[in-house]
Design a protein. Structure first.
Length: 81
């Protein structure tokens, strides 16, 4: 039995909503065998405007990083176990 696009989209949307909720709470999200999303705080720093080279202050912010699991990384780089 084929599923409609809406039937397929609901669990996928729910999955990503859970990930977003966890990350906004500052929690890491790990999917075993796939990878891990982490929330990192970056402090203010001095940067350069690429158009004119002037020094600018980059404000502090929160970013999300992702790190592949070793299994995925090895498969992507042709080093399957």
């Amino acid at each position: 039995m084929a599923m409609s696009e809406g039937d397929c989209a609901r669990p996928v949307d729910s999955f990503f909503d859970i990930i977003k909720d966890e990350l906004t709470q500052g929690k890491d999200v790990k999917i075993s065998g796939f990878g891990k999303w982490s929330v990192k705080k970056k402090g203010a720093r001095i940067g350069r405007n690429p158009q004119n080279g002037e020094a600018i202050t980059i404000s502090p912010r929160t970013v999300v990083t992702f790190k592949w699991s070793n299994k995925v990384w090895e498969k992507l780089n042709g080093k399957e176990l």
